[in-house]
Design a protein around this ligand. Structure first.
Ligand code: ZN
Length: 159
């Protein structure tokens, strides 16, 4: 399935989960603009994320652009006296991690291998929990990741 298909199924599945959680009164949905914008970003990112193991996916392209931008900023700041960010070393580590996936990822991970699994989905989702500490965001990140696995034909791929 291509990126557009994964986005469509990611949004359809996530909206279903949001309504279900709200209906069951498990997590109430607040329709503030900030909430909706963050959910749209989370759904878009997580429903495409598994294809980071593919050499020429949309996600691989985004990681390359973000990684190189972060790398340039951190190296530039370390080489000059210009103050662009608070912690250039942290940004350097971040950019190295981000660049690992598009540059070495496809060599290390097979396409639709372990990255296309519930285990990595849960690990990647944990990042959203750390970042926002918001139950709905965490569940929806995982639901979006899972929607990608479902659309690729994996009902229950643990690892
Ligand atoms: Zn895929």
């Amino acid at each position: 399935m291509n990126a557009k298909g994964h986005l469509l199924s990611g949004f359809a599945f996530s909206i279903f989960v949001i309504f279900l959680l709200d209906y069951l009164a498990f997590v109430k949905f607040s329709s503030s603009i900030e909430n909706i914008v963050l959910l749209v970003l989370i759904i878009s990112f997580y429903s495409l994320l598994p294809d980071i193991d593919h050499r020429s996916s949309k996600m691989t392209g985004y990681f390359l652009v973000i990684g190189f931008a972060a790398l340039s900023i951190s190296v530039f700041q370390l080489a000059t006296t210009l103050q662009l960010v608070n912690d250039p070393i942290k940004l350097l580590i971040f950019s190295t991690v981000i660049l690992f996936f598009p540059i070495l990822g496809p060599r290390v991970f097979h396409h639709r291998g372990i990255i296309h699994s519930l285990l990595i989905g849960a690990l990647a989702t944990f990042f959203i929990h750390l970042l926002f500490n918001n139950t709905l965001f965490t569940i929806i990140a995982f639901a979006s990741y899972y929607s990608h696995l479902l659309a690729d034909g994996y009902l229950l791929k643990l690892k």
